[in-house]
Design a protein around this ligand. Structure first.
Ligand code: 3HC
Ligand code: NAI
Length: 709
């Protein structure tokens, strides 16, 4: 096998150049570790070598961490322990070589990659958008276990380190420099030279002076009482954020705390044993699967077989720049660097849309995610008007006017006359079948849906909806542009509610039914948060808007029948002018834009009051199983292409608990016969809407699984 590591010595400096053959990223595989060990042994004993430089020769990737593929093969804690100990030994070798080492970082420097860099004496990083630095391990359900929980807090302080480690954040080189992870930030073109100069200086005994972070931070970090305070408040925050479902951040916290109290060696022992426990846990296995599914979707064109190449989209039109349209435009500018033209029905609406989009760009600037120059350049890509001018050269137009079929048809009829032959037409409709919107178009083959979720700048999912008439080139173009906007894209069949709203509607309806039966808002919400959703269903209704939620339910009810019948409560709330967060009136009270407690008036309006006598044991199974049953039906109807897309859609679109792997993975874990039995019991007690669908029953009978091992 070709070597990943090349070593050469020039003027007393050893260059260790890493480029893992036939792999898109550098990662620390078992093989790479062995190569490093051999080379480091030579380096240590070679009297001509005074210092070393670790650098990547793979574009965009310094080291992306340990090889995540190897985690899947870990059969026991013992194996996991042995693997991580090997990693620790290697990283420690960098720190104890007896010769200064410089990490010259260009491209992703994550997990074990950063841990290796931290064990080096000095870090120089290229100021390039691809240079992302962080310890993302907790997102895989594990902890930084090659010394990351020890060296990072010692370098930048406990608080700053916990901020990165507990959330698994990846920060750009510029920020890493500001917080003291990186010693020098340089233009990529001079990385080698600066690293070489630093190595030579270090070899001659130079001691780099490190800037200490904010005095306040170190005042707290440096004394035991302050530190105890830092750890206990971090623990509280983690528990609040994870609801106790994600053990990895707590484990990381424990490893940092132990190491700071008892020293590096003891800290490394704790890292290794916690890693061994977590790496073979169901939570980590599910999170790793989600990582690989998301990665696979990054290069999935959206259609099987030989697909046409996507058309490049450099000009985007957005028609209807209200709540959704304005942020779709802003994200297209920020992430895809597209030239974006807004159109709305009148000047004030265009102005509002542009203001919202500019505000989103300004926020990026304020958070130092954009330089002043980039901010100015990107801001100039946004323009707007009430006429069609500027849309003639669009490669893609996304429509986001009111959810009204006739209006959308009329907009597309006018739009079609303005745009060129190769322009893709997309609707951001949340419920209307694409084929119906496309009716009357001269060229319905280039029409599809691009269903974004709100808030667009935060929600990671995009459903690209294709009807039977949609041409493959249009599908792959929309999917590729969605990915350029930073979204995880699933291609979904045109059908009422598509995938996400199809699963959401029965869930929200059932929450409405529970309310009507006298279960309190807090009980419903807390139950689902306990299951692992980020917010409960009633909060979700307030967030998405009562009008939007009710409209989706009505469409699904009309299309799919009585099992999707909404309760009358939402209608009555709307009649009372309650649209949710957007007008600060819903199931909750709002003050100054902040959500407060439950608005007791809501109970009056829906005509039901919390009754402590109503049993609560079935709240969770009713809400979960009604969604699972619908997911199986929709999967069987081919709404999503496969179980991977179905699970990812639910995790990223609805917030289905990631640690459970998605609804279909969860069904496998519960066991299909058990799921059928639960649904049958619920059906007997609460009605036919719970009757297990035929597909689920037949799969349970034949012993199939959604994700066969
Ligand atoms: N292990 C194995 N494969 C990896 C990997 C890793 N650490 N990082 C990336 N890959 C693979 C991806 O699966 C993908 O493979 P494929 O082409 O065969 O499907 C390929 O590299 C390219 O990845 P992306 O498509 O994601 O490329 P991007 O350029 O969009 O992103 C990245 C690159 C930022 C490095 C992103 O892949 C990423 O975030 N990777 C994961 C980083 C991570 O979590 N590291 C921690 C690992 S755990 C660890 O180090 C434990 C230690 O503390 C002991
Ligand atoms: P909105 O009411 O905030 O914005 C609609 C915009 O369309 C307004 O600016 C309005 O002036 C403009 N408009 C109306 N008629 C027009 C015309 N003839 N020509 C040009 N512009 C016109 O609505 P919102 O919430 O942004 O929804 C837009 C679309 O996105 C709807 O189809 C909705 O179902 C869908 N959607 C909404 C989501 C949400 O959370 N609000 C989520 C996903 C999709």
């Amino acid at each position: 096998m070709t070597a990943a590591l090349t070593a050469r010595v020039e003027r007393g400096i050893a260059w260790l150049e890493l480029d893992l053959p036939a792999e898109p990223v550098n990662k620390i595989t078992r093989g790479v570790r062995e190569e490093f060990e051999r080379v480091l042994d030579r380096l240590a004993s070679d009297p001509d070598v005074r210092a070393g430089i670790l650098i990547s020769r793979k574009a965009g990737s310094f080291i992306a961490g340990a090889d995540i593929d190897e985690f899947g093969g870990l059969a026991s804690r013992g194996e996991a322990h042995a693997l991580v100990r090997g990693g620790q030994v290697l990283v420690t070798r960098f720190a104890t070589l007896g010769k200064p080492m410089v990490a010259a970082i260009n491209g992703a420097c994550l997990g074990g990659g950063l841990e290796t860099a931290l064990a080096c004496t000095y870090r120089v990083a290229a100021d390039d958008p691809k240079t992302l630095i962080g310890l993302p391990e907790v997102q895989l359900g594990i902890l930084p276990a090659a010394g990351g929980c020890q060296r990072l807090p010692r370098l930048i302080g406990v608080r700053a380190a916990l901020d990165l480690i507990l959330a698994g954040k990846q920060v750009p080189a510029r920020r890493a420099h500001r917080i003291g992870i990186v010693d020098e930030l340089v233009h990529p073109a001079i990385l080698d030279r600066v690293a070489e100069e630093a190595a030579a200086r270090l070899a001659s005994g130079w001691q780099p002076k490190r800037r200490r972070a904010g005095l306040g931070d170190f005042a707290l970090d440096d004394n035991p009482l302050g530190r105890r305070l830092v750890f206990s408040s971090a623990r509280k925050q983690v528990l609040k954020k994870t609801g106790g479902h994600y053990p990895a951040p707590l484990a990381a916290l424990q490893a940092v705390e132990h190491g700071m109290k008892h020293g590096m060696e003891a800290g490394l022992d704790v890292e290794a044993s916690l890693f061994a426990e977590l790496a073979v846990s169901a939570v980590s296995r599910n999170l790793v699967r989600i990582f690989f599914a998301t990665t696979a979707l990054k290069k999935d064109p959206g259609l099987p077989g030989d697909t046409p190449a996507p058309h490049p989209v450099s000009n985007l039109g957005v028609v209807g720049v209200g709540f959704m349209g304005a942020s779709i435009g802003a994200v297209a500018v920020m992430k895809a660097q597209a030239d974006v033209r807004f159109k709305d029905r009148d000047v004030p609406s265009v102005g509002r849309g542009l203001a919202v989009a500019h505000r989103l760009l300004d926020e990026q600037r304020e958070r130092h995610r954009l330089t002043r120059f980039e901010h100015r350049r990107l801001s100039r890509l946004l323009s707007g008007g009430v006429g069609w001018d500027g849309l003639g050269r669009a490669d893609l137009v996304i429509e986001a006017v009111f959810e009204d079929l006739e209006l959308k048809q009329q907009v597309f009829a006018e739009l079609e006359a303005q745009v060129g032959e190769r322009c893709v037409l997309a609707s951001n409709t949340s419920t209307i079948p694409i084929a119906e919107i496309a009716q009357g178009l001269q060229r319905p083959d280039r029409m599809l849906g691009m269903h974004f979720f709100s808030p667009v700048e935060k929600m990671p999912l995009l459903e690209v909806i294709v009807s039977e008439g949609t041409a493959p080139w249009a599908t792959v173009t929309a999917a590729a542009f969605g990915r350029k906007m930073g979204k995880t894209v699933i291609v979904v069949r045109d059908s009422p509610g598509f995938w996400v709203n199809r699963l959401l509607a029965p869930y929200l309806n059932e929450a409405g039914r529970l309310l009507q039966e006298g279960v309190a808002v807090e009980t419903i919400d807390k139950t689902m948060v306990k299951f692992g959703f980020p917010v409960g269903p009633i909060t979700l209704i307030d967030e998405v808007g009562l009008d939007v939620a009710l409209n989706a339910s009505k469409v699904l009810h009309a299309a799919l029948g009585d099992r999707l019948q909404p309760t009358g409560g939402l209608q009555r709330m709307l009649e009372d002018g309650r649209f949710g967060r957007k007008n600060q009136r819903g199931f909750f009270r709002y003050e100054g834009g902040k959500r407060r407690d439950v608005d007791m008036a809501a109970y009056e309006i829906i005509g039901a009051h919390p009754d402590p006598q109503v049993p609560r044991d079935d709240v969770q199974p009713r809400l979960v199983y009604i969604m699972l049953n619908e997911a199986v039906r929709a999967l069987h109807e081919g709404i999503v292409r496969n179980t991977r897309d179905g699970d990812i859609g639910a995790v990223f679109g609805i917030g289905f608990p990631a640690f459970r792997g998605g609804p279909l993975r969860y069904l496998d874990e519960v066991g299909l016969p058990q799921a059928v039995a639960t649904l049958e019991t619920l059906a007997q007690q609460y009605g036919d809407r719970f009757a297990p669908c035929e597909r689920l029953v037949s799969m349970a009978r034949t012993g199939e699984a959604f994700h066969p091992q």
